[in-house]
Design a protein. Structure first.
Length: 318
């Protein structure tokens, strides 16, 4: 009982107060240990960036690589960005092309955010595709947040395509209309599918492949980084062989050269730097209406046999 005018104090007996969690990425008194790893502004999923003893790192194939970008003959500003990141001692290579959307304000800011995010952290040894997907999500979130807090950069967006090489396979992360071509034994394969209205109509058989090449909707994107708070990242993987050549390029290049022409330019010169420069020169000579960017990757060294597939473990964070 309490007297009139006295405050009523409520107590819950036998229940200890629940402390709030420490800030992500920092130690807490009840959670000792190293800081939680991050990619960009996002906390990494469990096991994404685990410690990796030196003896556990598989032998990486030697690669020869070169990246080039040019504003092109019709643009004053270059909104493309390329990433060449080779870390064989850590067990991976990462290459990427990002294309800030033409016509949007500060497109070069968006593409630079993508390559800066991919330059952080490193893939885990077991599931590198998790790191790749989370890096794309982190870049998407960074671009979205920037556009929401900077009125002058409203509707900031970018497309991006990244190639991760491990000891025996290639992983490709893809959003938008940049492309990856694989040239093997004289055969050229497009490893990505454009996220455009024209490709969607082609998939639904509304138009033919010939019509899709020059369709007015071939540059109307259905997916890009920064357009929405969440993005669906297309992830694919394939084994690699010695002698494989990967070409990552923006739409400013592939819109002017066919896949056969790209393969011929790469086959004509085994130096990736000369091949990349030649590809850009051809696109510019044909009046490329957009910025032109390309990364040429040649797998020059021996490739390890892929590890046996043990099946997927269906865990909620994988």
């Amino acid at each position: 009982m309490t007297g009139a005018g006295e405050p009523v104090v409520l107590r819950v007996l036998g229940v200890a107060p629940i402390p709030g969690p420490p800030p992500v990425g920092h130690e807490g008194p009840s959670r000792p240990g190293p800081p939680v790893p991050r990619v960009g502004g996002m906390r990494l999923a469990p096991g994404t960036e685990s410690a990796r003893p030196a003896e556990a790192i598989a032998s990486m194939p030697r690669v020869r690589v070169a990246g080039r970008t040019d504003a092109g003959p019709c643009r004053e500003n270059n909104e493309d960005a390329v990433l060449v990141r080779s870390e064989p001692d850590s067990g991976f290579h990462i290459f990427a092309v990002a294309d800030g959307l033409g016509g949007h304000r500060a497109g070069e800011v968006a593409s630079q955010m993508v390559v800066e995010t991919l330059a952080q952290g490193q893939p885990g040894p077991d599931r590198p595709e998790r790191w790749l997907r989370q890096a794309f999500n982190a870049a998407n979130l960074a671009i979205w947040n920037h556009s929401q807090t900077h009125p002058e950069a409203f509707n900031l967006q970018s497309t991006a395509t990244a190639l991760v090489l491990t000891s025996s396979e290639a992983l490709i992360g893809h959003v938008g209309d940049c492309r990856v071509y694989l040239i093997r034994d004289g055969v050229t394969v497009q490893c990505t599918s454009d996220h455009t209205q024209a490709m969607e109509m082609l998939r639904l058989r509304i138009i033919t492949a010939e019509q899709a090449v020059r369709h007015p909707a071939r540059n109307q994107l259905t997916r890009s980084l920064g357009a929405e708070l969440f993005v669906n990242v297309e992830i694919s993987r394939r084994p690699i062989q010695q002698g494989d050549v990967f070409v990552i390029c923006s739409d400013g290049l592939w819109s002017e050269l066919t896949r056969e022409e790209i393969a011929n330019e790469v086959a004509a010169d085994h130096d990736p730097g000369a091949a990349a420069a030649s590809l850009i020169q051809v696109a510019i000579a044909r009046g490329a209406p957009d910025n032109v960017s390309v990364v040429v990757v040649r797998v020059a060294g021996p490739v390890e046999a892929p590890a046996p597939d043990r099946g997927r473990r269906w865990l909620p964070w994988r």
